[in-house]
Design a protein around this ligand. Structure first.
Ligand code: DX5
Ligand code: ZN
Length: 232
């Protein structure tokens, strides 16, 4: 079955001083999602971007937000983040007392529901949530910082998640988040991901201009996507 392979740009890696210019480029290249890492300094030992940043980039670009809540007590913030239409809100299940209840609440707020699973969380422990989800974000680094190196065992988990979704035809998108580098990308595609969080390891890396890197990333996905098409 052909899968449309998508780019989710990690906005915590963008150059804040050239934000408008960058957004014009992302609009021109029809970037699929803006990946928004929200951090609270508790669930992860870091802070990043916030609700006002979301408002500014969404109002300007109208590109759907892929909101990754790396925070404790996410239930308190679902409503406010659900104001960005066509967006996705992903929570880390271990931050919720009742993850299924939180997923239900996200859907009731008329946005898509996802979970993000860090390297510390097993596939088996979240399998029962997957049928209720629009997206599963399999993290290939520990949550909280850009610029980390791939945690290799997470690729096996990625394969399990995508295989389970494919077998059951749930239609759930599988996102990979962390060190999505030029070198790691082919293996992540092969492991069944269809949404790729592009950060400092690829689109925002120093070599090549932003436009060259976006074009290069898209070419790799389109080639792989067509290959999937020919395969079946
Ligand atoms: C990690 C973040 C990512 C990502 C950034 O917590 O969710 O946005 O790692 O990209 P890289 O890993 O390429 O710097
Ligand atoms: Zn993220």
């Amino acid at each position: 079955m052909k899968k449309t392979l998508k780019i989710s740009l990690s906005m915590m890696c963008t150059s804040y001083l050239d934000l408008r210019e960058d957004l014009d480029l992302f609009i021109k290249h029809k970037i699929d999602y803006l990946h928004i890492d929200i951090m609270d300094g508790h669930y992860v030992p870091n802070f990043s971007i916030g609700i006002d940043f979301c408002k500014a980039v969404y109002t300007y670009s109208r590109i759907p937000l892929d909101i990754h809540l790396m925070i404790e007590e996410p239930d308190r913030y679902i409503e406010i983040f659900s104001r960005f239409e066509n967006s996705i809100i992903s929570i880390h299940p271990e931050t919720c007392y009742q993850p299924l209840g939180t997923i239900q609440e996200i859907k009731e707020c008329k946005v898509k529901a996802g979970i993000a699973i860090s390297p510390s969380i097993s596939f088996e422990s979240v399998k029962h949530l997957i049928p209720h989800l629009d997206m599963v974000n399999v993290m290939t680094v520990h949550p909280g910082y850009a610029g980390q190196r791939l945690f290799k065992p997470a690729l096996m988990k990625l394969r399990k998640v995508s295989g389970y979704i494919e077998e059951n035809d749930f239609g759930t998108e599988v996102e990979v988040d962390g060190n999505v580098s030029w070198r790691n990308l082919p293996g992540m595609i092969e492991a069944g991901a269809d949404v790729f969080v592009a950060g400092t390891s690829s689109i925002f890396e120093r070599d090549g201009s932003l436009e060259q890197n976006v074009t290069r990333f898209r070419k790799i996905l389109d080639k792989a996507g067509n290959f999937n098409l020919n395969e079946n």
